[in-house]
Design a protein around this ligand. Sequence first.
Ligand code: PMP
Length: 362
Amino acid sequence: MANRAYNFNAGPAALPLEVLEKAQKQFVEFENSGMSLMEMSHRGAIYEKVHYEAEALLRELLGIPTGYKVLFIQGGASTQFAMIPMNLLRSGKTAAFVATGSWATKAIQEAKLFGEVSIAASSEADKYNRIPSIGELKYDSDAAYLHLTSNETIEGTQWSEFPDTGAVALIGDMSSDILCRPIDVSKFGLIYAGAQKNLGPSGVTIVIIREDLIAEPTAPVPTMLRYTTHAKADSLYNTPPTFAIYMMNEVLKWVKENGGAAGMEARNREKAKLIYDTIDGSNGFYRGFAQAESRSLMNVTFRLGNEELEKKFAKESEEQGFVGLKGHRSVGGLRASIYNAVPLESVRALVSFMKDFQSHNA
Ligand code: PMP
């Protein structure tokens, strides 16, 4: 494809070109079946193979130990903000949260609809430009769970290591960094992620949940919002988003062919370093938003001297084929989202644009 954009969208975001091309070939007729995958029953053997293959690949690539269920749910990560407390926050218990930024705040607000919430640590006083250290976390030893947001998509901060929470179930919103690096799933009671950054198109949300946490809720919860419903039926209780799961399966195959989670981490570190080095080497022309030790491998947030210059940067970058560099309206500035599928060439092009822009505007 000749004029593929330099896509730095925050999500939905760049997908591997190879995957898009393969999906295009398979779009109208899937595996000599006389129809598209989208026209098939989700109860048929052909779709089921895709469904279980995607689950197996996720297990393999993330190193998910036995004793965990992998669920495919709809409604986005935003629905998990509610499903988690609806299912896991029993009365008399408190849900502890680490307040790291915009997405953690949304999760907190939603949990408050269902029960008691406590804040284990917060970086609000620093405008959420850092991830609190593990030593800062304070939560009740009989809390229902401790929730963290492994990567704050809007602020551009990321946890570099996760706490050992013992008997308290650790819950991670990994929507914007799942599979960007190897992680130790056994530290977590539940991990969730919308697919539309690192796993595929929007439409499916993965939930990895330790089996002892799957229990019928004590209060009435709609059938579709209970983990038991999806766990018992292997995520086939009702019609799953078949096309989104097919695409995720293809993205997972691509991740495997490109070195798995460790391969992704190496690529991602190289890409992120190129941009952060450019920011750090700019004599203050570019200023990183996140504190150095909390910098994200996925969303690089930075500012320029004033908003006029930031607008100029956004406009000129668009004219040169860059997409999605304007920062989120809540924090302003610029943001380059460099998820797994963003090619190194796009990042090289961005760094060259940044240097060029500086030389004309410093
Ligand atoms: N959590 C994080 C960290 C996110 O980045 C997003 C989406 N950008 C969400 C939750 C919400 O996801 P969804 O749009 O799938 O509900």
